[in-house]
Design a protein around this ligand. Structure first.
Ligand SMILES: Cc1cc2nc3c(=O)[nH]c(=O)nc-3n(C[C@H](O)[C@H](O)[C@H](O)COP(=O)(O)O)c2cc1C
Length: 202
């Protein structure tokens, strides 16, 4: 009996900790604003997926959201490689390597053109592609999909992605985003840290 009580106490503490570290959207003045805030505050990285395919209309919505991001001088240097065949997902999973791609039915690889033309480098390509990626992740959350940003912008990972997807030399991959319907019950983390805010002077 004593053992059971201890187990119950530990379990309820774990549930309390999980719930109290969950973040909740601040209250907005109307339903539309509240829906936007709820979406931002409920986004989380999802790393396990069911095998249900992602409908094509949803893929287009994700890409439209990504392309509506801001970019330096409105250059829109992004390109997106939609990976939706098991063969290419498996090749990427092995070469990067990336466990999430073994079960995800879809991945979108966010890339950027690194040059502005006339041999001038685009200093903003990563920032622009990052803004597009966050839009894509928020759209995935809104559609009930699970997704996660996985880094592909350095060393061997970038080389593997470039090789498998045939990315041309004027572009680089920023990240690979595995996407699918969530298999688990991932929850958003509470990241609110008032001590990180500085008014007028740090
Ligand atoms: C630049 C960047 C690189 C990331 N790379 C990876 C990665 O390689 N693998 C991974 O599992 N998650 C990766 N993540 C996801 C983070 O681990 C995740 O966003 C963080 O733990 C916060 O959790 P949340 O997204 O649920 O809020 C990356 C996120 C960013 C922004």
């Amino acid at each position: 009996m004593k053992k059971i009580l201890i187990v119950l106490a530990v379990a309820s503490m774990a549930v309390f900790t999980a719930c109290s570290s969950r973040q909740k959207a601040p209250e907005a003045s109307n339903d539309a604003a509240q829906a936007v805030l709820n979406n931002i505050f409920s986004r989380k990285s999802v790393r396990s997926y069911t095998d249900q395919p992602v409908p094509e209309e949803m893929v287009e919505t994700l890409l439209r959201a990504a392309m509506s991001a801001p970019s330096g001088m409105n250059v829109q240097p992004w390109h997106f490689v939609v990976v939706n065949t098991r063969e290419t997902l498996d090749r990427l999973a092995k070469e990067i390597p990336n466990r999430m791609l073994e079960t995800a039915p879809l991945a979108i690889v966010v890339c950027g053109e690194t040059m502005l033309g006339e041999g001038r480098p685009n200093p903003n390509w990563k920032l622009d592609a990052s803004a597009a990626t966050e839009n894509l992740l928020l759209a995935a959350e809104a559609l009930g999909l699970g997704a996660v940003w996985t880094a592909a912008d350095y060393d061997a990972r970038a080389d593997a992605v470039i090789e498998v997807l045939g990315i041309p030399s004027n572009a680089r991959p920023l990240c690979v985003v595995p996407i699918g319907f969530p298999a688990g019950n991932d929850q958003p983390k509470d990241k609110w840290k008032p001590e990180r805010i500085h008014y007028n002077k740090w």
